[in-house]
Design a protein around this ligand. Structure first.
Ligand SMILES: Cc1cc2nc3c(=O)[nH]c(=O)nc-3n(C[C@H](O)[C@H](O)[C@H](O)COP(=O)(O)OP(=O)(O)OC[C@H]3O[C@@H](n4cnc5c(N)ncnc54)[C@H](O)[C@@H]3O)c2cc1C
Length: 759
């Protein structure tokens, strides 16, 4: 029993009683989602006063020599083997030799430790592999990605028993087993916890013996690798009506390993996700019997499935899709800059038109930002964090921003991006964008419910502790704890409110900035200003709207946007610092900052305009945004400076597109890269002709403006450009019968004719 205290008894106690009464109830699944993973830089942002020295001290993500050798060796070789057109349109699958290569070189075992025969890669090593593969073939990248993402491998590593790990992990590492993960069902998508797939504890026969096990019935859909999997990590609701393993009827969501060769399992049919030919399909199980030992973690882990899934997702969703998206952004920036440089209309490279530069500038800056955020997130994960809120930000923001730049790339390429065929290097990425938006937590849910909804509880410096105290079954102990945390919270909130107000009214002039970063110090200060405004608004929103915030998805989503911007912009500053503060990259940094600040101010404004408690909103507006939003986004000149980076070879351009896979042979990308190089090389000659007002090469030769070698150089560049802007065309019978033949099981048609470089 603690000492009596005036503060506790007269102030904290009534609040404690009231708060216990009004505390929103969290469902078990919500609680498990909130408790999954840990907090990291997000906690600093929620605290309102981020410690920049701490961020800059995070060691940058790096590759081991072994990871680098894997990228230079097997990954490059695999890229050379991947022909995306053949995979998607002719074979509708990866070729057997690619499957073989993936298994032999352990692409499916990047996360499995070496002790079990896997590659034991870091998050960054894993991410770099996915990044490079994504720029060659999305179907190939997704196939390699999925066994390393949420699924049996990850779940066994985190929760498997020793016996399960010893048996399954080496088999997965060697590619003897192909895993898939079965969570989604027709009735339960985003609300996966509402699944009706069931398991019933019962006795049954297993390898000739009568044992205690589970009889399963399920219908799952959209399952990646499902059609060819040998083992399903299956999520279902476990029931024990005869109380064979306890006294509860409903045990809850459970995850078990189900070999697909068991009687009652149906696999093999396929979906065609956005016409991408990676394996994806439904699976059914009818009265499939498995031993209790097949539950991941053994019988002791029955009913803990949701917690396991959330925990595995906490790190995983920060790697796969963000890597694919960062790769997509860098790739589209690379090819669109090159295309805008070689493609001329009205006798001018289209990249010189301001309206095209508007798109190019955004693409360049987005590529810089997404890779910055990918690297920072991998660094955090490699230092042992599982930052659930950060990875939710990464998943949603990376895939959304990829959608924007992919649309930009398509628009700049015009018909060249639209016409499908082996020469089209954009179409597959364009079609695949909605897949990333949908999987691993559909973006609308992630933005409006998870980032801020979970973050406000999980990453907030006091809220989770306050909730724990309020829920303490011993009210006296709870009150003592609540009293401490509540008044720390009040102190913190008062200090933060003063800080937020002061920083808003002085434009962040006195907010901290790391002394080493002169060129970017105003950005650190502005971010500090917005972080304290965010923290104040969070406190006020929680106090006034409480559990109601959960239903106010539009407000919650805007808070999520502010938090996302704070994280992504921190990553941009960190990248600039880690890469040695390259001056040529400053326009990219500035663009990201100006755009992000404008978004933050717009979201603050929108939250305040829609905040249900008007007097509170007026007060906040007076403190935080007295003159309304003032940030207008990047200037046109800044956007042009970013666009220019994509239009000319430079170290800055190389840094943006580092380690992407380049074109090979006569493929579309190789043609473009060759045309770009020759166009740049011939530029002085074109300039000479331009000054003499001569357009025709033959005429220039006749007038002696250029010699024979120069004429040949100009002609070679022109031919390369024609080859690069060419698109595929097909005889009608090449298109229609192929579909018919494939449906009749005759296999892929012969390769379609490609226009030659001369055409
Ligand atoms: C190509 C592909 C591969 C996949 N691979 C796998 C796999 O390997 N294993 C697996 O288990 N699953 C897999 N999935 C399933 C994927 O995780 C689900 O598609 C996803 O969870 C969304 O479910 P849904 O498609 O049924 O959409 P729905 O849940 O029906 O959602 C429709 C829309 O409503 C929104 N929405 C839903 N609830 C709310 C809410 N409360 N507030 C606001 N908006 C809301 C969603 O954001 C979405 O925009 C895959 C899906 C695809 C397309």
């Amino acid at each position: 029993m603690s000492e009596p205290s005036f503060r506790r008894d007269k102030l904290s106690k009534p609040i404690f009683r009231w708060a216990r009464h009004v505390l929103p109830t969290l469902s078990e699944t919500e609680r498990e989602a909130i408790e999954a993973g840990d907090v990291w830089w997000d906690a600093d942002l929620f605290g309102g006063n981020p410690d920049w020295a701490k961020l800059l001290a995070v060691p940058p993500a790096t590759l081991t020599a072994e990871e680098q050798a894997f990228l230079d060796g097997p990954v490059n070789e695999l890229c050379r083997m991947l022909d995306d057109w053949h995979i998607n349109w002719e074979r509708h699958d990866l070729p057997p030799e690619v499957w073989d290569f993936l298994k032999r070189h352990k692409f499916f075992a990047m996360i499995i430790p070496k002790a079990y025969g896997g590659l034991g890669f870091s998050a960054y090593g894993h991410s770099e592999v996915i990044r490079k593969l994504s720029t060659r073939s999305i179907a190939g990248a997704v196939t390699a990605m999925v066994p390393n993402s949420l699924g049996p491998g990850e779940l066994l590593l985190q929760f498997g028993t020793k016996e399960q790990q010893d048996y399954w992990l080496p088999r997965l590492a060697e590619g003897k087993e192909i895993p898939c993960f079965g969570l989604t069902s027709p009735e339960a998508g985003s609300d996966a916890a509402s699944m009706i797939d069931s398991g019933v504890v019962c006795h049954g026969t297993w390898q000739g013996r009568e044992i205690l096990g589970i009889r399963l019935n399920w219908h799952k859909r959209y399952i990646t690798l499902g059609p060819i999997a040998t083992v399903i990590g299956l999520a279902f609701k476990l029931h024990d009506p005869d109380h064979l393993i306890g006294d509860r009827d409903d045990i809850g969501i459970t995850v078990a390993l189900v070999p697909t060769n068991l009687p009652g399992v149906s696999i093999g049919r396929r979906h065609l996700p956005a016409l991408m030919a990676f394996q994806n399909g439904p699976t059914w199980g009818h009265d499939v019997f498995i031993p209790l030992d097949n539950v991941i973690g053994g019988a002791a882990q029955v009913g803990k499935g949701w917690k396991m899934l959330m925990s595995a997702l906490a790190a995983g969703r920060g790697i796969s899709l963000p890597s694919l998206s960062a790769a997509g952004a860098a790739f589209t920036a690379h090819v669109t800059g090159a295309y805008a440089r070689i493609r001329e209309q009205f006798h001018v490279p289209i990249g010189r038109f301001e309206a095209i530069q508007e798109r190019l500038g955004r693409m360049a800056a987005t590529a810089y930002l997404l890779d910055a955020a990918r690297r920072l997130t991998c660094a955090g994960i490699d230092h042992g964090h599982k930052p659930a809120v950060v990875t939710a930000i990464m998943k949603e923001q990376a895939t959304e921003r990829l959608r924007v730049v992919t649309n930009d790339a398509m628009d700049v390429h015009g018909g060249k991006g639209v016409q499908e065929g082996p020469l089209n290097y954009l179409g597959a990425g364009y079609r695949a964008v909605p897949i990333g938006i949908t999987v691993e937590g559909a973006n609308i849910v992630t933005r409006s419910l998870i980032q801020f909804g979970q973050g406000a509880i999980r990453s907030h410096p006091y809220l989770l502790k306050e909730m724990a105290a309020l829920e303490d079954p011993d009210p006296e102990r709870g009150l003592v704890e609540f009293d401490h945390v509540l008044w720390d919270h009040v102190d913190h909130s008062i200090a933060n409110a003063m800080r937020a107000w002061g920083r808003a009214w002085t434009g962040g002039m006195f907010a901290p900035n790391p002394a080493t970063a002169a060129a970017t110090s105003r950005f650190y200060r502005a971010l500090g200003r917005y972080a304290s405004a965010f923290a104040l608004m969070v406190d006020v929103a929680l106090l006034t709207l409480g559990g109601g915030l959960k239903r106010q998805e539009m407000i919650s989503a805007r808070f999520g946007d502010i938090l996302s911007e704070l994280y992504l912009l921190s990553a941009v500053l960190k990248r600039w610092h880690d890469e040695g503060r390259q001056r040529e990259d400053l326009p990219l940094v500035q663009w990201c900052m100006e755009e992000g600040f404008a978004t933050i101010e717009a979201r603050i404004d929108q939250i305040l305009a829609n905040f249900p408690m008007r007097p509170v909103a007026w007060q906040l507006r007076f403190m935080l945004l007295p003159l309304g939003p003032l940030r207008r986004g990047p200037s046109d000149r800044l956007t042009q400076a970013c666009a220019d980076i994509l239009l000319e070879p430079s170290a800055a351009r190389d840094r943006l597109t580092v380690d992407l896979f380049h074109g090979i042979g006569d493929d579309g990308l190789a043609r473009l890269e060759r045309a770009f190089a020759l166009t740049i090389a011939a530029e002085p000659l074109r300039e000479r002709m331009h000054k003499a007002r001569v357009r025709d090469v033959n005429e220039a030769r006749r007038q002696g403006l250029i010699n024979d070698a120069e004429m040949a150089e100009l002609n070679a560049a022109a031919e390369a450009v024609s080859a690069a802007v060419a698109v595929d065309d097909f005889a009608p019978e090449e298109i229609t019968p192929r579909l018919a033949r494939s449906a009749e099981g005759e296999g892929p048609s012969q390769t379609l004719r490609r226009p030659t470089a001369a055409e």
